[in-house]
Write a protein that binds this ligand. Structure first.
Ligand code: PLP
Length: 394
């Protein structure tokens, strides 16, 4: 790419990386939404209040002058609390001293894990519909995404689909459970298929478990690293953005075997130095002070939001694929006019003032053209108003 300088000269700058990254449709729709003062169900921002201990923990840390850089992989107290939670909730045994890296969000964890563990040209299999940051992070780190397309309404796949995606260059497979945007919660059987597949082809397994507490209708979360023999090849990634409604705080973590954790930590040091210091203390307070009731109430609260939005979509004939977890719903917009999902999302915005993400943002092919994604991580008042507005399409 050429860029003009003030003296009229043209500077040649690197483009290979930039050209591979497509500007997020989510941002684009948020801008369109602002123009019409609509309700933004495009962006996955939790508008719900953060838990008190988390806020108080961070404030107290600032009061104690905990404002300096921390150890590159996070404060001892947070690594220990995460190890404890991994043991009790995820059934993963991890040494807090050598296996856990506190990162700048789970986004930072995945980016640094890719930098640390993948070579340019390595192929990574991921499931589509996918989360765009996963694909773009792979591209930015010069890895190559390969796709297993899941089938609606329950977003199923088969072991044959996995086999069809593997090549001599496949290095890893990425699992996101519960998944964005599909809301799929991978079953024990599916995770066993993935475990066998990864073992047979000697692959790394990246897992993004950021929605691990957002589970509906008695579903349980299974961490791939908890399956027999899987801890040694799995990089478990999660964080606190969603569970504690602190998306802007940027606190996440990875957990994997010590040799890899060290390199991920070095990469994280290089890019971010450390996760925000006082905010790490907020996460410690959350982990230590919030009880099981908090997490089950969270799932119930979001289940009610899911039900409300899905019923509203059904009433206007935009059939939703009822999510099993996370807080997004993919709805069938084939009855709306337009040639593609962008047209249909723009029609929806124009008619109702509701911004949704065009389904094309989650597929590498044409699989998403009849879909839009709506996010229900909204306050009750906002969701009420959004559902009322959707009624305009009746
Ligand atoms: N992973 C998935 C699947 C997400 O949907 C999101 C946010 O939308 C993230 C990660 C970002 O998490 P964090 O705020 O911890 O970087």
């Amino acid at each position: 790419m050429l860029a003009q300088t003030q003296n009229g000269k043209m500077l040649r700058v690197s483009t290979q990386r930039a050209e591979a990254i497509i500007q997020s449709e989510i941002r684009a729709m948020s801008i369109e939404c602002e123009k019409v003062q609509g309700i933004n169900l495009a962006q996955g921002v939790c508008d719900t209040p953060l838990p008190r201990p988390v806020a108080e923990g961070a404030k107290a840390a600032i009061g104690r002058d905990c404002n300096s850089y921390t150890r590159y992989d996070g404060i001892d107290e947070l690594r220990s609390a995460i190890a404890q939670k991994l043991c009790t909730y995820n059934r993963i045994n991890a040494d807090p001293e050598t296996q856990i890296t506190v990162t700048s969000g789970s986004t930072g964890a995945f980016y640094c894990a890719c930098l640390a563990l993948l070579n340019p040209g390595d192929e990574v299999i991921l499931f589509e519909p996918y989360y765009g940051y996963h694909v773009n992070t792979l591209r930015a780190t010069q890895a190559v995404p390969a796709y297993v397309t899941m089938q609606p309404p329950d977003w199923s796949f088969t072991p044959d689909d996995l086999q069809a995606a593997v090549t001599a260059r496949t290095k890893a497979i990425l699992v996101n459970t519960p998944a964005n945007p599909s809301g799929k919660v991978f079953t024990a059987t599916e995770l066993e298929w993935i475990a066998d597949f990864a073992t047979n082809h000697d692959l790394l397994v990246f897992t993004d478990e950021i929605y691990e507490y957002f589970l509906y209708d008695s579903r349980t979360h299974i961490s791939p690293a908890a399956l027999p023999g899987m801890a040694e090849r799995t990089i478990t990634i999660s964080g606190f953005s969603k569970t504690y409604s602190i998306t802007g705080w940027r606190i996440g973590y990875s957990c994997c075997q010590p040799e890899w954790a060290r390199i991920i930590g070095y990469m994280h040091d290089l890019v971010y130095v450390c996760a925000p210091s006082p905010l790490q203390w907020g996460a410690v307070a959350g982990l230590n002070e919030l009880n099981a009731q908090f997490y089950s109430d969270l799932a119930l609260e979001y289940r009610a939001k899911r039900n409300q939005l899905c019923h509203a979509l059904e009433e206007i004939g935009l059939n939703p694929c009822w999510p099993q977890g996370a807080y997004y719903v993919l709805a069938d917009v084939s009855r709306l006019p337009g040639n593609n999902s962008k047209d249909r999302a723009m029609y929806l915005l124009k008619q109702t003032g509701i911004a949704a993400v065009p389904g094309s943002a989650f597929f590498h092919g044409t699989g998403g053209e009849n879909l839009v994604r709506l996010c229900y991580a909204k306050t009750d008042a906002e969701l009420d108003s959004a559902c009322e507005r959707l009624g305009a399409l009746r």
